[in-house]
Design a protein around this ligand. Sequence first.
Ligand code: FMN
Length: 183
Amino acid sequence: MSTLLVISGSPARSSRTAPLAGHLARRLSLSGFDVEHLDLRGLPPDALLEADTAHPEVRRALDAVAAADGVVVATPVYKASYTGLLKAFLDLLPQDGLAGKTVLPLATGGTIAHLLSIDYALRPVLSALAARHVVGGVFLLDRTIVARGADAVELSPETEQRLLEAVDAFVDALPTSPVLAAA
Ligand SMILES: Cc1cc2nc3c(=O)[nH]c(=O)nc-3n(C[C@H](O)[C@H](O)[C@H](O)COP(=O)(O)O)c2cc1C
């Protein structure tokens, strides 16, 4: 069975991206995958900023990336790019930290003017980390997402549909589907 990791990179206390990532993790888990949600906001800030990869919580997070076959990288758009929190974490990965993994980039933003931030900002970083199977990213407008708890969201029908399509493409690109693994 493929092991999946959903990373959320929002530093906000009341984030939309984090519950969206939690929702996605729960949905993938119900489909039979072994899934973990890594909310970067929960990592110790000092260890992150000091690049302390020996800190047990940071180590655990890096090990979770290493163990995953598929990684969803979810971030809000901040200042026309992905967040500093996400960058601080990605900087701790080894240079080939995403090699052999299927990656789905996901961004939430306030304006479609920054729809392409996945392609001009996030995708090059994922490529630099040796990700070779980066499926089509999905950009979702913040006003179409309502948080309903830590891992629950209410989505507009269009956002729901776009998320479904992106997740289907991600699952199709994984090396092992849960159904095949169970057979
Ligand atoms: C500091 C900051 C900068 C932002 N910059 C942008 C931006 O450049 N472009 C954009 O489309 N949205 C921008 N937004 C809106 C957020 O991307 C959007 O509301 C997102 O869904 C917030 O996710 P979060 O609640 O998980 O942090 C910004 C929000 C904040 C707080």
